[in-house]
Design a protein around this ligand. Structure first.
Ligand SMILES: Nc1ncnc2c1ncn2[C@@H]1O[C@H](COP(=O)(O)OP(=O)(O)OP(=O)(O)O)[C@@H](O)[C@H]1O
Ligand SMILES: [Zn+2]
Length: 680
């Protein structure tokens, strides 16, 4: 139980007594409480659950919120009179450099095992110990300074001019233009003012590389909040940030709720990334929450991307965000040349066209690395019987089972259902089962056959499950051990591999026909990001995109005009068609093992809203979800849209409590999704 406010009077007749006071000061600072109140109102989600989402697990267990401490040592005023051992001397030398003391673990990190030396020095009265907050170990590395180019410098100055006020900036910088360096420079300045920086990054395993770049340049306390840190570390990081003892806080989506005592700046890297939107429970968007926090703190917020979301570009158009641009690659790097290849001529067995294969060979011969991008994991998406036409389908979903050859299974990517890979058709017992289409596993296998001497690695969700697996793979790539890299979008985003000179894109055409109105935006972002991995160092790069639709307008616009122009025209279309971000959407979803129930509940929802419907609000549906059956449940949705935000929210406020009491509300699983990013 958390107390968020105290009042003198109440209408509640029977109040429970307070059993125990856990903390002497409030765990959640006022600003964060206000933000959570906003979150609860905006997303129409119970306040208690909003608090649950915002707090690290170990701070929700009813135990006091104490910062973990450890021994810190510092030099006393006493001068050395007797001769001391060399290890003891080393300790003293180091301590002389740290007038505020240094932690035992940091000392150990520098000098190895020194417990006995410390004891002797303490007995001699030369050093003293004290309990202080345990900080993550700072690595003692060389800090090199990179000189920003004029565009980068200009951006830093522009942000700095607004440093004491709320101002959202959209930093649109092409791939490899040096956005990260801009973040580092800004962070350095904020640190000089003794303030903290909160940095959000997407959930794609990039944390360690990103953090390394900061650690190399900044000598400060950096804490990390993502899924790879333990519950204990997460709690400590949160409390250190709250106490102002952590100066740079880097984390994924939920880190947006980290309290700061000396806030100076918020940065969101790859602001277009869909992992910023939570897809279950409290369906918040971290970018939205970050904007609210920056506003309450009265500080600037910088949102960077090579492929900004149409949401943010719309805010620029409305002059709510200030646009900052990096139009050139940093250093001597140039953007790669992009070529479309008609893949109707590709080898049906492995899906590579001759042009792409020749290019792979050429780049490998030149001693470079090659990325092959395919956004589908597993071996093949279809398993079919040649004799009777049977296909392997999931019994819980409207979806096909994907062949995973390696693990010898059929796997449903939607509900996780697993079956042994069958050798003969379950319908007609024929043994002529054939797989169609290709995923990362198949591509990896083919390339290894085609280039037996060249190390191939695969980067997808299956090869990166183990903790650190992703950073190990990345290290292999950086050291040049792997030469052919096959991967899904995990490999396409954010990486800075200087020896990659060729990127091949396989089979992305589904994006051209999707029913989701965001599909083209997402495809343009993905293609631009993956293209951006080529030619980032001294060597120039090349990109080959295989498509069955080389004449499609989408490719023409994207390749000859680039992302910026493509996004502009997509945004114009959305405005003309009154689609988000030019209108506001809420989706009510319901799912149930009984198909009728889900729809009946949404019909009741709709009827309730229609009782008092503002002119401006439109209700569409209910309709079945595009994949209606998932995990054994039937799914349906109701769409509420409105040109202005307010009437939509008022409508929900008015009716939600009545609807929650509907008899079906307890039988179906239902949820409200404000500003949905995924309408499938
Ligand atoms: N001013 C500079 N001078 C020389 N090299 C630079 C400069 N700024 C950045 N770089 C280098 O250019 C490369 C690309 O920079 P960075 O990774 O920051 O780009 P980015 O814009 O974040 O890229 P992306 O959006 O593609 O992930 C890096 O290797 C970086 O060290
Ligand atoms: Zn399934």
């Amino acid at each position: 139980m958390k107390i968020s406010e105290v009042t003198e009077q109440t209408e509640i007749a029977k109040l429970k007594p307070i059993e125990e006071k856990l903390d002497n000061e409030p765990l959640i600072p006022k600003e964060l409480i206000q933000t959570l109140l906003w979150v609860s109102r905006y997303y129409h989600h119970p306040l208690g659950e909003c608090f649950q989402t915002a707090l690290p697990k170990l701070l929700r267990t009813g135990k006091p919120a104490e910062i973990e401490t450890e021994n810190w040592w510092s030099r006393t005023n006493k001068t050395v009179e007797k001769k001391i051992g060399s290890k003891q001397q080393q300790c003293l030398d180091l301590l002389n450099d740290y007038p505020d003391g240094i932690s035992q673990s940091q000392l150990k990190h520098y000098l190895g095992n020194i417990n006995t030396s410390l004891k002797s020095l303490e007995t001699a009265g030369l050093i003293s110990q004290q309990q202080k907050a345990k900080l993550p170990i700072a690595r003692n590395e060389l800090h090199f300074d990179l000189e920003l180019n004029d565009q980068q410098q200009n951006i830093v100055e522009n942000v700095w001019k607004k440093k004491d006020q709320f101002q959202p900036f959209l930093l649109e910088g092409i791939t490899g233009s040096g956005k990260t360096e801009v973040y580092i420079e800004l962070t350095e300045r904020v640190l000089k003012d003794n303030q903290q920086v909160l940095i959000l990054i997407p959930e794609i395993g990039l944390t360690s590389q990103f953090v390394d770049r900061f650690k190399k340049r900044l000598n400060t306390t950096i804490v990390i909040l993502n899924s790879s840190v333990s519950d204990k570390e997460r709690k400590q990081a949160w409390l250190l940030a709250k106490a102002g003892l952590a100066h740079v806080i880097i984390g994924t989506r939920s880190a947006v709720f980290t309290p700061l005592s000396q806030p100076g700046l918020i940065i969101i890297d790859e602001e277009h990334d869909s992992s910023y939107k939570q897809q279950d429970g409290l369906r918040y968007h971290a970018r939205n929450v970050a904007l609210i926090r920056a506003q309450k703190y009265d500080i600037p917020i910088v949102m960077g991307s090579a492929t900004p979301s149409l949401e943010s570009l719309y805010q620029v158009k409305k002059q709510r965000f200030e646009l900052l641009e990096l139009t050139q690659r940093a250093g001597s790097a140039q953007l790669p040349k992009v070529r479309l290849v008609d893949c109707s001529q590709a080898n049906p067995d492995h899906g590579f066209s001759d042009i792409l294969l020749k290019a792979i060979k050429k780049h490998l011969d030149a001693g470079n690395q090659v990325i092959l991008f395919i956004n589908r994991r597993g071996y093949a998406p279809v398993l079919m019987c040649h004799d009777c036409g049977w296909q392997a389908k999931c019994k819980h979903c409207d979806a096909r089972m994907v062949v995973h050859q390696h693990r010898h299974i059929l796997f449903c990517h939607h509900c996780g259902y697993i079956q042994r890979l069958v050798e003969e058709c379950p319908e007609c017992e024929s043994s002529s089962l054939k797989s169609y289409g290709a995923g990362t596993e198949k591509i990896e296998q083919h390339l290894q056959q085609l280039f037996p001497e060249t190390p191939v690695i695969r980067v997808d969700r299956d090869t990166t499950q183990r903790v650190n697996a992703f950073s190990d793979l990345v290290a292999d790539i950086k050291q040049g051990e792997a030469r052919i890299l096959v991967g899904t979008q995990m490999l396409a985003k954010g990486h800075d591999f200087h020896d990659v000179t060729l990127v091949g894109v396989l089979d992305t055409d589904q994006g051209l026909y999707s029913a989701d109105f965001r599909a083209t935006e997402n495809l343009a972002q993905m293609i631009t990001q993956v293209t951006g991995r080529a030619g980032r160092g001294e060597k120039s790069g090349e990109v080959i995109i295989q498509t069955e639709q080389p004449a499609h307008n989408f490719w023409k616009t994207l390749i000859s005009n680039g992302y910026k122009k493509t996004a502009e025209s997509l945004l114009q279309e959305r405005i003309e068609m009154a689609l988000p971000p030019a209108s506001n959407w809420a989706v009510i979803r319901a799912e149930s093992a009984d198909r009728e129930e889900a729809t009946a509940f949404l019909e009741a929802f709709s009827a309730q809203c229609h009782q008092q419907l503002a002119e401006d609000v439109l209700i569409l549906g209910p309709v079945p979800a595009i994949m209606e059956k998932k995990g054994g449940r039937f799914r349906a949705q109701l769409l509420l849209s409105s040109a202005q935000r307010k009437p939509l929210h008022q409508l929900l406020d008015q009716h939600i409590s009545v609807i929650s009491r509907h008899k079906l509300a307890r039988k179906v699983r239902w949820s409200i999704d404000i500003d949905p990013v995924d309408i499938l």
